[in-house]
Design a binder for this molecule. Structure first.
Ligand code: GTP
Ligand code: MG
Length: 460
């Protein structure tokens, strides 16, 4: 898979660990000259005579002067991350040493790698397909259990396997169509029309399932936004602090304390939730700043994935509850109702409180009932079995391609129904294969690759 981007003969270097001081830093060199160049700087064994997948300890020399004691990991083509000769130098993590090593290697005619170029080479050398390469960046960026899991699944080829199966089905399909073309002169009804219909249905189902997984994929990637809404003094900021287990938002007995929204993240069962504390909603205020806060709260409420509506139980009645629910329903938002300050009521008063499926009682101050709230937040927003091994599509580019595939499949299905000629069907199938190929990168343009890999870290 030759590409104009790919300069087959040049050797590149980059710092693979985060810049700055650390215990150890890793510098990667990949390409035809990688081993020879590092060999010239290394005072230990002759690296060019060593087999791949070996480690070597020795001094890295700046001329006659020892610069640092390092460990060399040696990989030989094709058994390396990039598929090329690859040397990793583990040095002491001083930024000065890192810079000196990078300088020495560049002085041997090696250039600095661009972001993602190691992975790009791995892709161009057929070590992984494009979907897998993109998952490498996702894995590095993963910040929760769910994002880590989804990225690892794709990086290890889970998604690619599903795409390959789709592709095989499509090829089967086109073979059947060709067969039909061969028989078109004879007056036989094609025996396997049912088989064709079955196949196209299977293809559509898989595509739809993958597309549907993106709803969850989006949740995994971006997190779920939760707006905490309610009247002034209901205890919204206290609840935010309790959920975060820190004093993040200002709390006071003065109604109208929160003026601007406060956002913080919380992790429930490996999913990221963005909690938004808002100014209490009071529509009769004459304070201009507070009024602005209220407008903002309403905006946050409308754009959130879930609204947690807080009510002080001391003011809670069946009637007020109904009114709140009616208003939330009119806003068409997904919501949970929380009766706060339960500690203020006697057990008999508590027993007399209205109950509803959507209603949770707790004390934000005493931090009781928080587990039930977290559980409800999770189950209201994240559906399906996250711990399963199913592919979850998290990448917008893949979604766009899958949508086009779905559209093209629809054309094929329609063509079958209306009985369009086989050669036209074959064209539609080619378009299906094209969209599939764009995900795995069998069909990829240089600019597109450049764009995808430019978003990677340097050294990966
Ligand atoms: N007894 C009791 N008091 C609480 C509880 N939660 C909050 N409070 C008190 O209620 C008052 C208001 O709390 P805040 O968290 O500032 O309320 P808020 O909804 O953020 O208020 P605004 O930002 O003004 O809209 C404070 O004095 C809190 O200590 C609770 O569970 N029990
Ligand atoms: Mg507040």
């Amino acid at each position: 898979m030759q590409s104009a981007l790919y300069e087959w003969n040049d050797t590149m270097v980059a710092l693979a660990t985060a810049p700055g001081m650390g215990a150890i830093a890793v510098i990667r060199v990949s390409g035809k000259q990688a081993i020879a160049v590092v060999d010239e700087l290394f005072s230990g064994k002759k690296l060019s005579e060593q087999p791949g997948r070996t480690l070597h300890i020795g001094m890295l020399m700046d001329g006659d002067m020892p610069l640092d004691e390092v460990v060399i990991s040696l990989f030989r083509t094709p058994a390396s991350y990039t598929g090329e000769d690859l040397v990793e130098i583990s040095c002491h993590g001083s930024p000065y040493i890192q810079q000196q090593i990078l300088r020495l290697i560049q002085s041997k005619g090696v250039r600095m790698a661009k972001p993602g170029e190691f992975t790009q080479r791995a892709f161009l050398n057929g070590k992984m397909d494009l979907a897998q390469a993109e998952a490498v960046a996702d894995l590095i960026a993963s910040n929760t259990e769910s994002s880590r899991k989804a990225a690892l699944h794709t990086m290890k080829g889970g998604f690619s396997k599903e795409l390959r199966e789709l592709r095989e089905q499509l090829i089967q399909f086109s073979a059947l169509i060709e067969l039909e073309l061969d028989f078109s002169q004879e007056d036989v009804t094609f025996a396997d029309r049912t088989r064709l219909n079955q196949l196209i249905q299977q293809l559509q189902q898989t595509t739809t399932r993958l597309l549907d997984s993106f709803r969850l994929g989006n949740v995994i990637r971006q997190g779920v936004s939760i707006a905490i809404i309610g009247k002034p003094n209901a205890g919204k900021s206290t609840l935010l602090n309790a959920l975060l287990n820190e004093s993040r938002a200002l709390v006071s007995e003065v109604a109208g304390t929160t003026r601007d929204t406060v956002e913080e993240v919380m992790n429930i069962k490996g999913i990221l939730f963005r909690l938004i504390d808002t100014a209490g909603i009071r529509l009769d205020t004459y304070d201009a700043i507070e009024q602005m806060g209220v407008v903002k709260s309403l905006e946050k409420m409308r754009s959130a994935n879930l609204v947690v509506y807080l009510i002080d139980v001391q003011t809670l009645t069946t009637q007020s509850l109904q009114q709140v629910e009616a208003e939330l329903q009119a806003e068409k938002v997904k919501y949970l109702l929380v009766g706060n300050k339960i500690d203020r009521l006697t057990p008999s008063q508590q027993a007399a409180l209205p109950t509803s499926e959507q209603l949770i009682y707790l004390s934000a101050r005493d931090k009781t009932g928080l587990d039930a709230l977290q559980e409800a937040i999770y189950s209201r927003t994240v559906e399906g079995d996250l711990l399963g091994e199913a592919t979850i599509v998290t990448n917008e580019r893949h979604v766009a391609a899958l949508r086009q595939l779905q559209h093209a499949l629809q054309e094929v299905a329609q063509g079958l129904e209306t009985g369009i000629p086989g050669d036209l069907l074959a064209l539609d199938i080619r378009s299906c294969l094209y969209h599939l190929g764009s995900i795995t990168g069998t069909i990829a343009h240089d600019e597109q690759l450049e764009y995808i890999f430019s978003k990677f870290c340097i050294g990966k």
